[in-house]
Design a binder for this molecule. Structure first.
Ligand code: FAD
Length: 312
């Protein structure tokens, strides 16, 4: 089923949904761990999950394997990321055909990051230039078979000269045939809500799903927020505990719950969580925000624990 149809159903029911992103693993053990985790996290009831595509097309087989298992075995609607980086159209054709063969109907169409070790992005021979080109290519080669999502940047893509340019290119991707937008992670909720208004003002009408990254480690928080506006209360909370991993995770859950509640209050239709292939923080954020019930999770995942005290 197309994810856009699931989103529309949630909107009709006035029910905010959530979805999870996982990155495709690099090792056999990583694959085993991830599949196990996805199976468990499916019980939380995500509306869909996403699987990334490594820049450089390094391990497309891993992406396809996870997509295939999630879609066919766990029965969760799965969105496969597909990029232009080092991916000429014959490889794109192959990936799309393989996605179809395993029952996948949803693609997040991206230009992709620069190849590892390269500072500037360049198109490969026989390849495409922009996310919008990939959306057009998928529509040209597969018509309406796939639901298509594209990436949006509430704080502007780093290579765009101005926010105005960035919004214009985002609209270009939607006009090319994308059904909805998933955003880059951010921490400044008012800034995100203002950006959504700017999108609406230039005629972008499709669903926009905010991407939220649970803070799970100080180093990755710093790495991922270099160019982002981070509210002072988060900086004040995190700096004094930066050497205490457990305290960082607990604070990350607090931040995630607050952001989730503010986003829902701000009218978003759903929230996409960047899980970094980990379960606990995302699950506790969903519980804390009241989007899932702890008791349901225990009953589904640990039926052998009948004496579970529901008040704990
Ligand atoms: P585009 O929309 O093509 O834009 C790239 C740049 O070109 C922007 O600066 C834009 O303003 C500019 N531009 C666009 N169109 C034109 C035009 N017609 N003329 C001139 N300039 C133009 N990367 C991966 O490698 N694998 C993944 O799985 C992955 N998943 C992601 C998931 C999400 C939700 C997000 C937000 C990002 C993800 N990325 C992933 C990162 C993404 O590939 C990079 O941010 C990349 O640099 C931009 O991709 P895009 O599709 O948004 O680019």
């Amino acid at each position: 089923m197309k994810i856009i149809d699931r989103i529309k159903k949630c909107q009709e029911e006035g029910r905010p949904f959530f979805s999870f992103e996982y990155f495709s693993p690099k090792t056999v053990q990583g694959m085993i761990n991830l599949q196990d985790r996805i199976e468990r996290m499916c019980y939380l009831g995500p509306e869909f999950i996403d699987i990334t595509w490594g820049a450089g097309g390094s391990r497309p087989a891993a992406t396809l394997e996870v997509v295939s298992t999630a879609q066919k075995v766990y029965g969760v609607e799965t969105c496969m990321h597909l990029i232009c980086t080092n991916n000429p159209t014959d490889k794109i054709d192959k990936a799309l055909n393989e996605a179809r063969a395993c029952g996948n109907e949803n693609i997040l169409a991206l230009r992709g990051d620069a190849m590892q070790g390269e500072t500037e992005w360049t198109a490969c021979e026989g390849g495409l230039n922009y996310g919008s080109d990939l959306v057009r290519y998928i529509r040209k080669t597969h018509g309406d078979y796939f639901g298509i999502a594209v990436a949006g940047y509430p704080e502007k893509h780093e290579e765009s000269a101005t926010m105005e340019d960035d919004l214009k290119f985002l609209k270009d991707k939607v006009d090319a045939g994308a059904d909805f937008i998933v955003t880059q992670l951010f921490f400044d909720v008012p800034k995100f809500l203002d950006w959504v208004k700017q999108c609406r003002a230039i005629g972008i009408t499709c669903p926009i799903i905010p991407g939220v990254m649970p803070i799970q480690a100080y180093a990755s928080f710093k790495k991922n927020t270099v160019d982002l506006s981070v509210p002072q209360w988060i900086l004040d909370g995190i700096e004094p505990i930066k050497n205490d991993d457990q305290a960082i995770r607990a604070f990350g859950i607090e931040v995630g719950i607050k952001m989730t509640l503010e986003l829902i209050e701000g009218g978003v239709c759903g929230i996409h969580y960047y899980t970094f292939n980990l379960e606990r923080s995302t699950r506790l954020i969903l519980e804390g925000a009241g989007l899932i019930s702890k008791t349901d999770y225990i009953k589904k995942n640990m039926p052998w624990r009948p004496s579970f005290d529901e008040k704990r």
